[in-house]
Design a protein around this ligand. Structure first.
Ligand SMILES: Nc1ncnc2c1ncn2[C@@H]1O[C@H](COP(=O)(O)OP(=O)(O)OP(=O)(O)O)[C@@H](O)[C@H]1O
Length: 318
């Protein structure tokens, strides 16, 4: 599949700070791609390089095959950006802001007005079209920056923390709108601190830490690396249960507390049937079975913590 974003050995330093320290990444065209990382990992810097707000110190960055610096105009015209910080002309009616932006990207005036109405309807603030940005509520402001990103009908939509500080209802509405856009072919690059959001929406995520990519995988692949708890409730409290760990090296721990048995294993969904079979064969009656999967959040915390500990060890060793 062709790449919407191609990044090779991308570097950005601010004085002594290596905000991006040799990033390699391919974001496939049409994908819903998540960029996750703790505060200061380099996510915003990465996005700013793509949209031409920050000059890279080294490496290559292309959007649909256009170099983001040498072919700035071609690359930038394909991107819609909804930034984390609101950087909107506050004094003009929002519809006018959209029309002006479309004009700046070469859209003729009539079409610009049509598009402005269309995107305002799409994000649900058409009735506020004559209001200035300052007078919108926080949630409406979030909707507006999405509308502004959509005004040029971008092939790549970059969303930097699009749901920061919005209520549950709006978050779900925004998810729906973004998913529809992705279904109709728009490539999405999303950064978020709500890991659940990435787990739910993204085909693939890259985990960025200290300016480096630690991992690129689907949320499911990442979650498979963590352990799951298979929680079984038995009718009677047994004195012993089969030695699950001896026959399956995916099993990491077994804990029995009265009638409650917890088997901790990688790929819990695949191990559970065997646990049930063996309990049944040993004459135990099951009352309830529940599998609680590791969340992407746990895997994420584990990975970024390991990276931090690795760095601390290196610093001590130096
Ligand atoms: N203009 C700048 N001048 C100096 N240092 C900067 C500048 N912009 C970013 N940095 C530094 O670069 C590093 C990466 O910052 P960046 O904002 O890209 O991280 P982030 O992953 O987006 O963080 P957050 O999740 O907190 O938004 C940080 O150490 C930050 O302090």
């Amino acid at each position: 599949m062709a790449s919407a974003i191609t990044i090779r050995d991308l570097r950005k330093s601010y004085g002594d700070v290596q905000a991006l320290d040799g990033v390699d990444l391919d974001v496939p065209e049409g994908s819903f791609f998540g960029l996750l990382g703790p505060n200061g990992a380099g996510k915003t810097t990465f996005i700013n390089v793509l949209v031409g707000l920050v000059r890279k110190s080294g490496g290559r960055a292309e959007v649909f095959g256009h170099d983001v610096e040498d072919d700035y105009r071609e690359a930038r015209d394909r991107i819609g950006l909804a930034p984390q910080e609101f950087n909107v002309d506050r004094f003009f009616p929002i519809r006018e802001v959209l029309v002006t932006k479309a004009g700046y990207h070469g859209v003729p005036a009539d079409e610009a007005r049509e598009r402005a109405d269309e995107v305002l309807k799409r994000v649900g603030i058409y009735d506020k079209r004559d209001t200035r940005f300052d007078w919108l509520s926080g949630g409406m402001k979030r909707r507006f920056v999405l509308a502004r990103a959509l005004i040029t009908d971008p092939d790549l939509l970059i969303l930097d923390e699009p749901t920061a500080g919005v209520d549950v209802q709006l978050r779900h509405e925004l998810w729906e709108t973004i998913t529809e856009l992705n279904d109709s072919g728009t490539t999405i690059l999303l950064t978020t601190h709500y890991i659940e959001e990435a787990e739910r929406l993204c085909d693939e995520v890259a985990i960025l830490d200290s300016g480096r990519v630690l991992e690129v995988a689907s949320p499911d692949e990442l979650m498979d690396r963590g352990t799951d708890d298979i929680v079984v409730t038995l009718r009677d409290a047994p004195t012993a249960v089969p030695d699950f760990a001896a026959e399956d090296d995916r099993v990491e721990a077994v804990e029995l507390d009265g009638t409650r048995l917890v088997v901790t294993a990688r790929e819990g969904g695949l191990v559970a049937p065997d646990v049930v079979r063996r309990l049944d064969a040993a004459g135990h009656e099951l009352v309830d079975l529940e599998i609680s999967r590791t969340s992407l959040e746990e895997v994420f915390v584990e990975m970024t913590r390991a990276e931090e500990e690795g760095r601390a060890t290196m610093e001590v060793g130096q």
